[in-house]
Design a protein around this ligand. Structure first.
Ligand SMILES: Cc1cc2nc3c(=O)[nH]c(=O)nc-3n(C[C@H](O)[C@H](O)[C@H](O)COP(=O)(O)OP(=O)(O)OC[C@H]3O[C@@H](n4cnc5c(N)ncnc54)[C@H](O)[C@@H]3O)c2cc1C
Length: 388
């Protein structure tokens, strides 16, 4: 058993760290204040090829595995930034690479790799279905050589900053199915064109941090038949490949956030002197940070195992879910330990703790709530009675 990183992985880490150093805390703080998209950062990340990490080299990408993508994402969050601004281009690859046709890959991947196109939007959640994805109502009906799609999506992030949308829609009515995981299909949608023709109307949703999520109102959107990804009716299964990747990448964002909190708070607590000694000498301040560090390291091992299974094309549902659960909890513990260590200064914007605190809280809830992760483990791994 080898727990070390390869030389390539170490150099990826240090290259991403150097790139992120050009975008210090002040950069992210200002964007947060103005609720702006980090266009300059995403451009730099694209130009350096990091957003094409998972695109095979034959299509112009770096041809790396999810284990390496996870390190890229982790470094971004550990630097004080937030990989949520661009992570979708990585996890959508789980569906596109495994189920997309050769023609789709030829059409989209080289342009994504060059940064001429962005695939940053993933359209699954709907207002009425919520976590019960098999209940989605957005419907695609076949008319000749096209699919005509209508419905409503909610919390679809980065729709205003993406050229393409990977969209899940119903192609068989729910009541006609015996297996409710069937009957959904995945489409690649030309988002720019759809918005311009007003076939998709985008309404931003303000959130507690700078995230750029939106509601989509889809009205008689025509999608060419060749933009169906994989097999009609198997969309839920196809999307699971993205979900497992997403869970592993979200675990990585959590680990990066957790490291940021522990590193900053340990430094601050070592320097801040109250009652004549550094506050970090007090067990009440030191131990929660030490505990957070241990939790993050343990979660990191689970994340690495999940990525290793994913890259080997093996089943990784349990490990991807456990990685997401443990890492998001470890990050949230670290966020609270840092808040406590900073005292009143944790609330002052200039220290960035409150910004990262708001960002980290999301990871317990989205892209999948930890309740649903626990239900998956209880029901699918432990074989206990089902709640859904
Ligand atoms: C900032 C943000 C960005 C997002 N970006 C995207 C995106 O880009 N694309 C996309 O498709 N979606 C996105 N989402 C949606 C996100 O995936 C959902 O919010 C999440 O899956 C939960 O769904 P819901 O909000 O409808 O909660 P609900 O399904 O209404 O659940 C509410 C609560 O009830 C709990 N609950 C429900 N059923 C059970 C059960 N059986 N057992 C135990 N607990 C249960 C849930 O765990 C949760 O705590 C985003 C959400 C946010 C907040």
């Amino acid at each position: 058993m080898d727990f070390g990183r390869t030389q390539e992985q170490e150099s990826i880490r240090s290259a991403v760290r150097s790139l992120c150093a050009q975008f210090p805390d002040e950069y992210w703080r200002e964007l947060d204040r103005a609720s702006e998209y980090p266009e300059k950062f995403v451009r730099a990340l694209t130009d350096a090829g990091w957003l094409a990490a998972l695109i095979p080299s034959e299509f112009g990408g770096a041809g790396l595995g999810l284990a390496e993508a996870a390190l890229i994402i982790e470094e971004i969050n550990a630097s004080g930034g937030n990989a949520a601004v661009a992570h979708a281009q990585m996890y959508t690859m789980g569906t596109l690479l495994r189920h997309g046709s050769v023609e789709q890959k030829r059409r989209y991947l080289p342009k994504l790799a060059k940064g001429e196109l962005r695939l940053q939007a993933f359209g699954v959640t709907e207002p009425e279905a919520g976590s019960e994805t098999t209940r989605i109502k957005t419907t695609a009906v076949r008319r000749g050589d096209r699919w005509v799609i209508s419905g409503k999506k909610i919390f679809i992030s980065r729709a205003k900053y993406s050229d393409l949308l990977l969209l899940l829609a119903r192609t068989t009515p729910y009541d006609e199915l015996t297996d409710k995981t069937q009957g959904l299909s995945v489409f690649i949608v030309d988002l720019r064109d759809a918005i311009q023709r007003q076939r998709i109307v985008v309404r931003p949703i303000e959130t507690m941090f700078n995230h750029h999520t939106t509601e989509l109102f889809i009205d008689e959107l025509e999608v060419p038949a060749e933009d169906l990804v994989g097999t009609e009716g198997q969309g839920f299964r196809h999307i699971i490949d993205s979900w497992n990747a997403e869970r592993i990448l979200i675990a990585s964002e959590s680990l990066g956030d957790g490291r940021w909190f522990v590193d900053h708070a340990a430094k601050y607590a070592s320097e801040r002197v109250v009652f004549g000694r550094p506050i970090g000498a007090n067990q009440g301040v030191q131990f929660p940070l030490a505990q957070s560090h241990a939790r993050l390291e343990a979660a990191s091992l689970m994340r690495d195992k999940a990525a290793w299974l994913f890259d080997g094309g093996r089943k990784c549902g349990a490990e991807a879910n456990m990685a997401k659960l443990l890492a998001s909890q470890a990050a949230w513990d670290a966020a609270n330990a840092a808040m406590d260590a900073y005292g009143g200064y944790g609330f002052a914007r200039e220290f960035d703790v409150e910004r990262k605190f708001r960002e980290t809280r999301l990871l317990l809830t989205a892209p999948v709530s930890n309740n649903l992760v626990l239900a998956y483990l209880g029901q699918n791994v432990l074989g206990m009675p089902r709640s859904y």
